[in-house]
Design a protein around this ligand. Structure first.
Ligand code: CUA
Length: 333
């Protein structure tokens, strides 16, 4: 609709049409009332101008009907804007469960991406068309903001925690990616391209990499950093077992209960003393500085795959390394 009207960037995601519609509605409302008020000012100025030197206008003592009208109409309009905006916001903040995960790390001044398969890219992100994509985003230094105008999505990436956002491209093409938060000297150059491809083409592109998958890299780190020596699959380790921990409720020493999400796991690795699991000692050393943002994303992706061992049969129970969900399921036809 707006191809030849460059005020709007291209519209290329499932949400961009809705965002534009709400935006146009807001502009329409503003225009309508601005014009109405301007015209009425001129009209009344002429109509009620002073016509003789000793003219005294009639006093007006208010009108309930008028006051109701100018209270209820704006209220209704504001509620429509609120309801409509919330609907879009909820859709924008809730990725479908089937979304494909991609990991993003921002740093001065580039965007680094890693696909589940392990393939990495910098300042360029290839995605398949028609597939929901969930980004888990971290930053190595300051606040950056991931902005793709054609998808009508923008989300800040804040140091010390993970941010997630999602989108689904509706047509193939190459779309601008920007950093939308001033982050230093080369902020203006911190951008790149989202390349949206046909699914078949994308699969071909994705397979052209020999990197370890994200989960496999995480598993490797889990061994190399020695996590595995304390976090055993059963509860015989010095640290809590991590099997099935992701998304589960964790009871802390303070009596507090929380849901183990990405940010909780991240904090537990970098600042283990912050939240001690009930029944355990604060003996875990910090891994701050020993593991990169990418490494953290990988290790958390690995922990997410750890499953509670299915009614352990003999040797499995002794096996100290946690079992991966995909390994478990591959054993059961
Ligand atoms: Cu990163 Cu601006």
């Amino acid at each position: 609709m707006f191809e030849n009207f460059p005020i709007f960037p291209e519209s290329a995601s499932t949400l961009s049409g809705q965002v534009d519609a709400l935006y146009l509605f807001l502009v329409g409302i503003s225009l309508f009332f601005s014009l109405l008020i301007a015209v009425l000012i001129v009209y009344f100025a002429v109509k009620y101008r002073r016509q003789s030197a000793n003219e005294r206008p009639q006093e007006v003592h208010g009108s309930v009907a008028l006051e109701l009208i100018w209270s209820i109409i704006p209220l209704a309009i504001a509620l429509i804007i609120f309801g409509w905006g919330s609907l879009i916001y909820f859709q924008q903040r809730r990725p479908p469960a089937s979304a494909t995960d991609i990991y993003v790390v921002g740093k001065q001044w580039m965007w680094k991406f890693q696909h589940q398969s392990g393939r990495r890219e910098i300042n360029e992100l290839h995605i398949p068309v028609g597939t929901p994509i969930r980004l888990t985003m971290a930053t190595e230094d300051v606040i950056h903001s991931f902005f793709v105008p054609a998808f009508r999505v923008k989300y800040d990436v804040v140091p010390g925690s993970y941010r997630t956002m999602w989108f689904q491209a509706t047509k193939t093409g190459t779309y601008h990616l920007f950093c939308a938060e001033y982050c230093g000297t080369k902020h203006a150059g911190m951008g790149g391209w989202i390349v949206v491809m046909e699914p078949g083409e994308f699969e071909k592109w994705l397979s052209g990499s020999s990197n370890l998958s994200v989960v496999a890299s995480g598993e490797k780190l889990f061994q190399e950093l020695g996590c595995v020596t304390c976090h055993k699959q059963d509860s015989t380790g010095r640290g809590p077992s991590l099997s099935g921990v992701f998304g589960s409720k964790v009871k802390l020493q303070t009596g507090e209960t929380l849901v183990a999400d990405e940010n909780y796991l991240r904090e537990s690795i970098l600042n283990p003393q912050a939240k001690i699991v009930a029944g355990h000692q604060p003996i875990m050393p910090t891994y701050q500085g020993l593991i990169s943002e990418e490494g953290l994303l990988q290790i958390i992706a690995y922990i997410k795959t750890l499953d509670i061992p299915t009614s352990t049969t003999g040797e499995d129970a002794i096996n100290s390394a946690p079992t991966r969900k995909d390994e478990v399921s591959s054993k059961q036809p």
